[in-house]
Design a protein around this ligand. Structure first.
Ligand code: F6R
Length: 606
């Protein structure tokens, strides 16, 4: 995580650094800082907390310059504090860093022996002193090559120098980094989003590369210092909506946007006349694929878990689902007939990217399902399937989750049809159901007031459980994750059938338990499990679908009924009340809903 910005220009840069940092806050928001170079001096301003606080400090200190670097932090080494905020500077060099320097302890010892004094507990400060040290005996380019060789771990760096008045050095290993081109100025940024208000012309550094950015020139180099040629890419026109409108929080807006984002995505992928799914650009023949591995983290991983049920039901593929941070370190047997699918809203998640990278190095078939089409994961996959959700700003993923499920579902149907597993009639029936999904999401959003009321019980309890079977089990995991991350309440998602194997011991009088049981093949079994928890004192909030049939159970605390639709699409609707449950729970507690504590939107460290 952490966000980096750098600008070298012939005019003042401080305000624009601040504005870019506000855009980068989704990458980290526990502290912020910037450094500029003016009249041969490096001026640094930093503070704990948000960019807003930094902006106030800057207006007091009047820091200015025509070259500068800025940073928003998500703490890894050293707690969030002003001292640990970036940039980290020596007398001659100032550094911003995203990533982790794994050998910082040993480097620090060596530098301390040489007399360098450390102020912070961060791993980043070693870079400032290391660069300073090498510069004593080397020219700039050799210094950078030697310093990068010394560093273990992953990083994106931005560095300015007292003695090189208009130069920013950028370097990348693992963490993403982009360079932007402007009139008489050039930029460095963690992503193109931070640069979009200044330019639509960008290049991306490849792993191991570094660059020298001056106001009128940018040079790229590989690990050995050989010049590297770069394509300049034109970013698409940015007419995206980054505004909260009348909403109090982005999360509320993003939940409410789901009917529209579902509709947009369906429109992008479904040809309404031929009733076909438009995924025509598969770079492989379907007969070359006999298994599929779905990989993601957090909420994206949950979308993969649901897709496993769809792929198993509608295709003959062997399906495996993996958490990216586990996948990347396992002893894997790569198979040529396997398709590896990477799911990520941001497209920048370090673990997911590393998993993709391993597959690429093993020459596997790769496909990504992303929201940010300019992201590293999208750029480096053979096939990209965007989810067309528009920017998701709230740290807790909502509309992207529905978008990920939707694209996975459509990919599944498309493969099933091409592989001649599903017949045309069923295929087109399923496509017809997808066309009504947006409207049903809209109606399900109306289940609001009941959830507002029940959410109070969840925040007062010492813990809660979310139970489901089949498609509803990953939804239970997702509901529990949302409640944990937003309301800071302990919540556990469990397969309903597993309760009696241990977790049932947790149930006590008054404990809130969410049971997700739409009327599908698992319904009766889940209702039995629900009765078992009610019998032990649980207060059950049942999420099911509308039906003429009565629910054969007594003592259900509250029931929320989502709209009726085909069984395999229930996860789209049963998710919505759970998103709202987490939202209202956090709201009652007065927490920062769009920026929950300890988290960041884009997780670019492992
Ligand atoms: C939870 C949440 C996270 C992300 C995870 C992966 O609400 O947002 O669990 O889903 O960090 O992020 P992406 O999808 O950007 O790879």
């Amino acid at each position: 995580m952490c966000g980096i910005i750098g600008i070298t220009s012939n005019k003042e840069v401080t305000t624009r650094i601040i504005n870019s940092l506000k855009k980068l806050e989704y990458r980290g928001y526990d502290s912020a800082g910037l450094a500029t170079l003016k009249d041969g001096f490096i001026n640094e301003v930093k503070c704990e907390g948000r960019v807003e606080a930094l902006e106030k400090n800057i207006s007091k200190t009047n820091v200015q310059g025509e070259i500068g670097i800025g940073h928003v932090r998500w703490a890894t080494h050293g707690k969030p504090s002003t001292i640990n905020a970036h940039p980290h500077s020596s007398e001659t060099v100032s550094v911003v860093h995203n990533g982790i320097i794994e050998n910082s302890t040993i480097l620090k010892k060596i530098l301390e022996k040489k007399g360098y004094k450390f102020k912070s507990q961060t791993d980043t400060e070693v870079i400032a002193h290391l660069v300073t040290d090498y510069l004593k005996k080397n020219n700039l380019k050799n210094t950078i090559i030697k310093v990068l060789n010394k560093l273990h771990g992953s990083f994106a760096l931005g560095i300015i120098f007292k003695d090189y008045p208009n130069l920013i050095v950028g370097a990348r290993r693992g963490s993403p980094l982009a360079v932007g081109y402007g009139p008489n100025e050039n930029y460095l940024g963690s992503d193109s989003y931070a640069l979009k208000s200044m330019t639509n012309k960008v290049s991306y550094l490849n792993d191991g590369e570094f660059c020298l950015i001056k106001e009128n020139q940018v040079e790229f180099f590989d690990t050995k210092g050989n010049k590297a040629n770069k394509k300049i890419l034109n970013l698409s026109q940015d007419n995206q909506n980054y505004d909260k409108g009348d909403y109090k929080h982005f999360m509320a807006k993003e939940i409410d946007e789901q009917p529209t984002t579902i509709k947009n995505c369906v429109n992008e992928y479904i040809d309404k006349i031929s009733k076909q799914i438009n995924i025509y650009n598969l770079p492989w023949k379907t007969k070359e694929i006999s298994s599929i591995v779905l990989i993601g983290c957090g909420t994206a991983y949950h979308s993969c878990l649901i897709a496993k049920y769809w792929f198993e039901e509608h295709t003959n593929l062997d399906v495996t689902v993996d958490i990216a941070s586990e996948f990347r370190y396992r002893k894997l047997k790569f198979k040529n007939d396997c398709l590896y699918v990477f799911v990520s809203q941001s497209g920048e998640t370090a673990d997911t990217y590393a998993a993709l990278d391993i597959c690429k190095k093993n020459k596997m078939k790769t496909c990504s399902i992303v929201n940010v089409v300019e992201s590293s994961i999208a750029r480096d996959s053979e096939l990209v399937l965007p989810i067309h959700c528009g920017p998701e700003i709230g740290v807790a993923s909502t509309k992207a989750f529905l978008g990920q499920m939707l694209v996975l579902y459509m990919l599944c149907l498309k493969l099933s049809f091409d592989m001649k597993i599903i017949n045309k009639k069923n295929y087109q029936e399923k496509i017809k159901n997808l066309l009504s999904l947006s409207n049903l999401c809209k109606k399900t959003l109306l289940t609001d007031s009941k959830i507002q009321k029940t959410s109070r019980t969840f925040i007062e309890a010492k813990g809660s459980m979310f139970l489901g079977r089949g498609y509803s089990f990953p939804i239970a995991l997702e509901g529990a994750l949302k409640l944990k991350e937003l309301a800071y309440v302990h919540a556990e998602g469990y397969p309903a059938g597993e309760m009696k194997h241990g977790p049932l011991a947790l149930i006590e009088e008054g404990m809130p338990v969410v049971v997700i049981a739409p009327r599908d093949d698992y319904y009766k079994k889940t209702i039995s499990n629900m009765q078992e928890v009610i019998a032990r004192g649980a207060k059950v909030l049942l999420i099911t679908n509308k039906s003429k049939d009565e629910i054969h159970s007594e003592n259900i605390w509250e029931t929320i009924e989502v709209e009726n639709l085909s069984e395999d699409l229930f996860p789209f609707l049963t998710t919505i009340p759970l998103q709202k449950l987490a939202y209202y729970s956090a709201m009652h507690k007065g927490y920062d809903i769009d920026k929950p504590r300890n988290l960041a939107k884009s997780v670019t460290v492992e």
